[in-house]
Design a protein around this ligand. Structure first.
Ligand SMILES: [Zn+2]
Length: 340
């Protein structure tokens, strides 16, 4: 139902047949809907508005160049993105949630970064580990001594489909792309690192390759669209320059994820799958895909622009392939599934 902005909240309630509570009425900014009934709105500007009263259902909201299709009532969507090192793109996170009764909550602040060696992981043995007491001077730490990490709700993908036939750059073979996703998932499953950190892991998710043409659920400009309950990795355009790849997470409001998709940018990007012969502004596909698969499992970004080259660092430089294997923060953050 799309309602004119001048309709009062009380008459809206009458139309909807569900009277608003006093709390609902006082939480609505004056003239709120008037500024919100536009096709594209600032995500933070629609905070506190009701998608039903303001006709926001089906609209696209943006923040810092990230866009998402407004979730339905009771649903949420999260965007995490990897950007070029030195890029002017600084907003690398957007979470938009709509309560069961239609109120929007949007934030660009990601979950906090932790940096101490996680005590619950008593089994960790590291040859050169030392803890961060505080998250400062990240560049002083190497990827094997930097335990910074961030996690949100854990997700257990069952089948991760690779769309290796559509929009794939001509210089990347089908086999190479499939190998990158399978290999990247293997890194998380095995906790592959060059830091001497040994952990027994049980990471779910089987990569399915073949002739799948399932699309990751992104909009035409690379924003998060509508979930289809199928986890997909594909190539496609991300209009926001400076962004290498994005992961979208769909969940119930305040609840668990039920769908995650990964898109690798094709709008302005050149990719390589080998560590030899990389030059210019090409990016290492395996490093970027491994990073995004970390998002698929639950990991957020590590130190912000700290230059530590952790797999979950929020940016990457051309030809940098260090994210192919995990650093201390990456491997220490992986949840050991029950039975693992
Ligand atoms: Zn990321």
């Amino acid at each position: 139902m799309r309602l004119a902005p001048f309709v009062s909240a009380l008459s809206v309630a009458a139309l909807l047949g569900t009277p608003l509570s006093v709390a609902d009425l006082t939480s609505l900014p004056s003239d709120a809907c008037a500024s919100a009934t536009v096709a594209v709105a600032d995500a933070t500007a629609v905070n506190g508005l009701n998608i039903n009263q303001c006709g926001l259902g089906g609209t696209t909201v943006t923040a810092g160049g990230i866009e998402v299709l407004m979730p339905a009532a009771g649903q949420a969507v999260t965007v995490e993105e990897l950007v070029e090192a030195g890029s002017s793109v600084v907003t690398a996170y957007l979470h938009v949630e709509v309560s069961d009764d239609g109120f929007v909550s949007a934030t660009t602040t990601p979950p906090p970064v932790e940096s101490t060696i996680p005590l619950e992981y008593g089994a960790i043995t590291a040859t050169s580990a030392r803890p961060h007491s505080v998250l400062v001077e990240a560049a002083a730490y190497s990827r094997c001594t930097d335990y910074s990490r961030s996690t949100s709700a854990w997700y257990s993908p069952s089948t991760i489909y690779v769309n290796s036939t559509e929009r794939r750059p001509s210089n990347i073979t089908k086999t190479a792309f499939e190998g990158v996703v399978t290999g990247g998932m293997g890194v998380w499953k095995n906790g592959t690192n060059n830091c001497g950190i040994a952990r027994a892991l049980h990471v779910p998710g089987a990569v399915a390759v073949g002739s799948y043409t399932y699309d990751a659920n992104f909009t035409s400009t690379g924003g998060c669209g509508t979930a289809d309950n199928r986890d997909v990795v594909d190539f496609g355009p991300i209009a926001d320059s400076g962004v290498l790849a994005r992961t979208c997470t769909w969940s119930t409001a305040g609840g668990a994820p039920y769908d995650k998709d990964i898109r690798i940018d094709t709008s302005t990007r050149s990719w390589v799958t080998t560590t030899t012969g990389c030059s210019g502004t090409k990016y290492d596909l395996r490093s970027v895909v491994t990073h995004e698969l970390g998002h698929m499992l639950a990991l957020g970004h590590a130190t912000e622009f700290g230059g530590n080259d952790l797999t979950m660092s929020p940016n990457s430089a051309p030809c940098n392939s260090s994210a192919r294997t995990l650093g201390a923060g990456d491997v220490s953050s992986i949840y050991v599934q029950p039975g693992g």
